[in-house]
Design a protein around this ligand. Structure first.
Ligand code: SF4
Length: 82
């Protein structure tokens, strides 16, 4: 029996499609992987779990996982309680 060689992994069509969609989404949001002054996902109202390094952003135009120190143009302060 011939030796079976495991093929090298490579991106599939779905990966290219998702990559393009996510790039558009990030561009629209002006999403960056860095804070903007003292604004960052970690202290934005849309960052679901502020105690995590990565969490879900529930802004209606994003709905993706983002990093705590990222930032986008839809940043909004966490409302004061009470
Ligand atoms: S709206 Fe923007 S700044 Fe706020 S959590 Fe989502 S990606 Fe981060």
């Amino acid at each position: 029996m011939a030796d079976y060689e495991i093929p090298e992994p490579e991106p599939k069509e779905i990966d290219e499609k998702l990559s393009i969609e996510l790039r558009h989404l990030a561009d629209n949001a002006v999403l960056t992987g860095k804070p903007y002054n003292d604004e960052q996902c970690e202290n934005c109202r849309y960052f679901l779990e502020p105690y995590k390094d990565i969490s879900y952003c529930w802004h209606q135009k994003l709905r993706i996982l983002v990093g705590a120190d990222w930032w986008c143009q839809w940043w909004d302060a966490i409302p004061e309680e009470g």
